[in-house]
Ligand binder design. Structure first.
Ligand code: FMN
Length: 212
């Protein structure tokens, strides 16, 4: 698979400063199909953006319980995750569908991060999701492509204040979606993916920006 600029000729490759896109795979599974899709998206954005993947071992937070909100040791673990969201200029969330909704790991991470401004009221903690461009994606082994999970994620991130791209990426039969060389088997999905990333890239490029 060749890596090319999705924004060309709007933006010249590697023209500094690059904006930051954080990709959040909503699965902790080592063989995750959603992480695989996340890596594919990363490979297409990397010419035009500084792309980071929020890996599960960098999150590692317990199930949210409001009684833990003043636990300073725990808050020290939440802080770097919050910072990853805060400093990103755009977000890509690639979550599995669990029983018609997003994954509990995704919701748990978002719950912890979303509480930081309240826990540190009066200090320098902003809502890290507010007005942030967001692209939603989902890969499923079956036929549905996670369309219900995508809708649930849309509701969640709209509540948090994200600027959500109308287009989304829904990849069904994901276990057999890639050729041996890493390209996608379904050329229609590939076209949709490239066009969607181009639109998303243009939105991130033109958004005010948060990383500076
Ligand atoms: C608790 C649970 C609920 C699931 N619910 C759905 C579902 O609603 N729709 C669907 O397409 N797949 C569902 N699946 C199957 C997942 O799509 C599949 O396990 C997928 O590979 C998980 O994503 P990952 O590979 O990124 O970890 C479910 C799996 C689990 C464990």
């Amino acid at each position: 698979m060749t890596v090319k600029s999705i924004l060309s000729p709007i933006k010249k490759p590697n023209e500094p400063p690059l904006k930051t896109i954080l990709i959040f795979p909503g699965s902790q599974r080592k063989q995750s199909l959603n992480r695989r899709l996340a890596l594919h998206i990363e490979s297409l954005l990397t010419q035009d953006f500084r792309v980071e993947i929020l890996e599960a071992d960098a999150v590692d937070l317990p199930l949210f319980n409001q009684e833990m909100e003043q636990d300073q040791v725990l808050l020290e673990k939440v802080k770097p995750v919050y910072e990853r969201f805060r400093t990103a200029d755009g977000l890509v969330v690639v979550s599995p569908e669990y029983n018609g909704s997003f994954s509990p790991y995704l919701k748990n991470t978002v719950d912890w991060v979303s509480r930081m401004p309240r826990i540190h009221a009066g200090q320098d903690y902003i809502n890290p999701f507010h007005s942030k461009p967001l692209l939603l994606a989902c890969a499923t082994p079956g036929w549905s492509g996670g369309i219900l999970g995508l809708q649930s994620a849309r509701n969640l991130f709209a509540y948090l204040g994200c600027f959500i791209l109308p287009e989304q990426l829904s990849l069904p039969y994901a276990a057999g979606a890639w050729e041996e060389d890493g390209s996608l088997c379904d050329l229609y999905f590939n076209d949709h993916l490239e066009l969607t990333l181009k639109r998303f890239g243009m939105v991130v490029e033109n958004a005010p920006g948060f990383s500076q």
